[in-house]
Design a protein around this ligand. Structure first.
Ligand code: DOR
Ligand code: ZN
Length: 425
């Protein structure tokens, strides 16, 4: 195994130091290190972060390998600075059995570009009617701890209660896609001034807020862990703020796109901006940013949602919701938060690793720590060219935008998955 000596690198924003990576771990940290057998990487001007961890990735395998595979999504993740991703269950077949979650887990191991932690479905076929075999998925080789019907809401309150009760036995989490379906029938975008002007059916903020309010009460009643996927409204932030103040075991994520883009993008009728939950208003964006800074929102999660060309390059009404995220998330975080490295490490690595229980991830580079880390050049700017992305899909909302920051290298247990800004395999 090759050793790597990274010289003069800032670890999570601190003064420059050297990092020696050997045998899968950070062997030494300090100035003036030497290791004649090591490959030297000049880290001048670079920042080392613990490898990023994504709680919300759609890898599309099995079923839509034309849009993404475990391998291509893993490569996109590594290129984005990630060392672990949680793979959502809305595949085909749905990841609602031990067999499917083990298949995804095994494919992740074979690709070995990031650690792929499968998420299991809450209900059979995501149909919202009967609980899936949560215990069997938890006991499987994939050791599933997070369950989600993402893409669909677990709308039935009794089923939601039963799911929360069930996973309590092994300290599992129900990750809810908060959308009251009766309030969003036919919805095409955020309900507001822009939807009125465009004549498109709106997805009101209250459809999200009502489910979060219900679910924090259920989680409190049962004493279980709830995670709220892709929080998108200022009202949701207030519900979460109150629940956390009461000590409810709830965590929440926000996506890069909800931190940057607004519903005005729908004016272009370009379906690349169609996503669920929809892009909201500038007021919502401001509330999400401040909730991320003060901790009411715990993590940035990408909701990386690759879609084939025919599912995106069509009329708005027929397009599937979702956008790519893995390869641009860190740049968006840098753009939105500035060079707040400790906050970025907290929201994109340490906390998501803790929520998902991924030991060895979310640990700052220090002697003895597993060498799961990423190197960023914060001074670089890059223009996003969809054709250059590692993902199999092209539906990035940032096409031809120039964004700050570039991933120079990513290491998974001491092995580079990205070097010189390029995928190693
Ligand atoms: O925009 C979205 N796309 N939101 C979801 O909840 C699901 C996802 C997908 O699977 O494409
Ligand atoms: Zn999703």
């Amino acid at each position: 195994m090759t050793a790597y000596l990274i010289t003069s690198v800032s670890v999570v924003g601190a003064a420059p130091t050297d990092l020696l990576i050997r045998d899968g771990v950070v062997a030494e940290v300090g100035t003036g290190l030497s290791a004649p057998d090591a490959t030297v990487i000049d880290g001048t001007g670079l920042v080392a972060l613990p490898g990023l961890v994504d709680l919300h990735t759609h890898l599309r395998e099995p079923g839509r390998e034309d849009a993404e595979t475990v391998e291509s999504g893993s490569r996109a993740a590594a290129m984005g600075g990630y060392t672990a991703v949680c793979a959502m269950a809305n595949t085909s077949p749905v990841a609602d059995t031990a067999g499917v979650v083990e298949q995804v887990w095994r494919l992740g191991r074979e690709a070995s570009l990031v650690d792929v932690q499968p998420i299991g479905a809450v209900t059979i076929g995501l149909a919202g009617e009967r609980l899936a075999e949560l215990g069997a998925m938890a006991d499987s080789a994939a050791r599933v701890r997070i369950f989600s019907d993402d893409g669909h809401c677990v709308a039935d309150p009794l089923l939601m209660r039963r799911a929360l009760e069930y996973v309590k036995a092994f300290d599992g989490i129900i990750a809810q896609h908060a959308e009251e379906p009766r309030l969003t029938e036919g919805a095409q975008m955020h309900e507001g001034e822009v939807s009125t002007r465009l004549g498109l059916i709106g997805w009101p903020a209250v459809a999200e807020e009502a489910i979060i309010a219900r679910d924090v009460l259920l989680a409190e009643h049962v004493g279980s862990r709830l995670h709220v996927c892709h929080v998108s409204t200022a009202g949701s932030v207030e519900v979460l703020r109150q629940a956390k103040a009461r000590g409810v075991r709830v965590t929440a994520e926000v996506t890069p796109h909800h931190l940057l883009l607004t519903d005005e993008r729908a004016e272009s009728y370009d379906p690349v901006f169609k996503v669920n939950p929809p892009l909201r208003t500038a007021t919502d964006v401001a509330a999400l940013r401040s909730a991320l800074a003060d901790g009411v929102i715990d993590v940035i999660a990408t909701d990386h949602a690759p879609h084939a060309v025919e599912d995106k390059e069509c009329e708005w009404a027929y397009a599937r919701p979702g956008m790519l995220g893995l390869e641009t998330a860190l740049s968006i975080a840098l753009d939105v938060l500035g060079p707040e490295w400790d906050l970025i490490a907290e929201r994109m690595s340490r906390t998501p690793a803790r929520i998902a229980g991924l030991t060895g991830h979310g640990v700052d580079p220090a002697p003895g720590a597993p060498a799961n880390l990423t190197l960023i050049d914060p001074a670089a700017r890059r223009t996003i060219e969809p054709a250059e992305l590692a993902s199999r899909s092209r539906n990035t909302p940032y096409a031809r935008m120039t964004l700050p920051g570039r991933i120079v290298a990513t290491f998974l247990r001491g092995e580079p998955t990205v070097l010189d800004g390029k995928a190693v395999k």
